[in-house]
Design a protein around this ligand. Structure first.
Ligand code: ADP
Length: 404
């Protein structure tokens, strides 16, 4: 099938057009600064031919219109007619407990999606805008929603319940949900393929390290615990998010700075993490460079980031009774040999032995970087969330066709 994947953010829409038979992206692109001055569409075809279009794109519907136009463009397009699109797959951030798997978007699902907004008020409305625009522009083509949360639906209750009154779970749905599900799914399955083993027999720890970062314990192909929680704020230190923190700190900072609840939320999401500790930037490359130049806070930010990661890796060893593989992915996981070394170096007591020569300088390619005598395979696997969305979309559409 030929599937258009849409990842719709508040002011951007990322897209790929994927042939699920070959698992190749025929083209991909990004519309940035929607509704803001300087809107830009960047489009690249599989043969390398690319184009930049600067135009006034005022809303998501307008953005989808431009994307469809470029798909059938005589010079830059990859199809003759929009009817060649078999389905559209949408990335959706938060399903709450309303969806346990990917879904065909119909009237009932649309209503439920609006009910999920309260779980991710920053992300879900933007995702829904993408769906509404696509339904408007392609009314006869199936639209499928693929959630970041659903890979984590089998996490046991003792791992998703917080130490707060149970009524808050029953009445408000407050529990761990987890995110980055399509990425953790992709790299864990790919790791099993590379190791040539059945995923059902493997314990894998997947580290998705980007601007947002999370780590997941994957036992037999199923997520059994993950570091992000009710929101994507919990767990690892991130670009601008604090990750795990003593909840008492929040009260104290609110009192000292006289922050209201929105200011506290902005503070924890936008001013903390690598940005907050380094005092320089949320971008790991910049902080890495300053650390090399001897900047103390930059060095500290790297160490705090890696130390938190190491603690999670060790704890997931505990809950799964060992691990066969540790996978690094995301911009930092795929590219930063420094972070990988700080996180999994000096862990031979757990059978984890990094091969420094294989790790040093390795970037963005599927590589095993553990020593030959390491009991645990340490792997770099570039993620491919769009491919998971496309394959899931194909599965849902095929199931519906075969049941009709
Ligand atoms: P997002 O979560 O927005 O998808 P990415 O997965 O693209 O983010 O990761 C972005 C992060 O990856 C940034 O902190 C960036 O500095 C970091 N990164 C990218 N390339 C490198 C590199 N060569 N070395 C260290 N960090 C890198």
């Amino acid at each position: 099938m030929k599937i258009l994947t849409i990842n719709s953010g508040s002011s951007s829409v990322k897209y790929q057009f994927i042939n699920t038979g070959t698992k190749q992206a025929l083209c991909k692109g990004l519309v940035e600064r929607i509704g803001i001055s300087g809107t830009n569409l960047t489009h690249k075809r599989h043969d390398g031919k690319k184009i930049n279009i600067s135009e006034n794109i005022t809303n998501h519907e307008n953005a989808i219109e431009h994307i469809l136009h470029i798909l059938i463009h005589p010079d830059y397009g990859v199809i003759q007619d929009l009817n060649e699109i078999d389905a559209v797959g949408h990335r959706l951030v938060h399903a709450g407990e309303k969806f346990k798997h990917s879904v065909l978007v119909d009237e009932e699902v649309r209503e439920k999606l609006y009910e999920c907004i309260e779980f991710a008020p920053l992300h879900n409305p933007a995702n829904i805008k993408g769906i509404e625009a696509s339904l408007e522009k392609l009314p006869n083509i199936p639209n499928v929603g693929v959630f970041d949360t659903t890979f984590h639906v089998n996490i046991p209750d003792y791992a998703y319940i917080y130490g707060i009154p149970y009524t808050y779970y029953k009445n408000h749905g407050i529990r761990r949900y987890g995110f980055h599900g399509t990425s953790h799914y992709y790299v864990s399955h790919r790791a099993a393929e590379i190791l040539d083993k059945d995923i059902k027999n493997l314990n894998i720890i997947t580290c998705h390290l980007g601007n947002g970062s999370s780590i997941t314990a994957v036992k037999g192909g199923i997520s059994v615990d993950t570091s992000m929680g009710f929101t994507p704020l919990e767990g690892l230190i991130m670009g601008t998010r604090c990750g795990d923190i003593d909840p008492g700190v929040i009260y104290t900072i609110a009192c000292k700075e006289n922050f209201d609840r929105d200011q506290i939320n902005t503070f924890l999401n936008k001013q903390c993490g690598i940005q907050g500790i380094s005092g320089l930037s949320s971008d790991m490359r910049e902080v890495g460079t300053e650390a090399e130049n001897g900047n103390y806070q930059a060095q500290l930010a790297l160490k705090v980031f890696a130390y938190r990661l190491k603690k999670y890796i060790a704890s997931y060893f505990g809950i799964m009774n060992g691990a066969d593989a540790i996978v690094f992915t995301g911009g930092i996981g795929e590219n930063s040999d420094v972070i990988r070394k700080l996180a999994v170096g000096n862990m031979d007591a757990l059978g984890i032995k990094l091969d420094d020569a294989k790790n040093d300088g390795t970037r963005s390619s599927e590589t095993i970087i553990s020593a030959d005598d390491s009991a645990v395979s340490i792997m770099i696997i570039p993620t491919n969330e769009e491919l998971v969305i496309a394959m899931e979309t194909e599965r849902i559409v095929s199931d519906i066709k075969s049941s009709n």
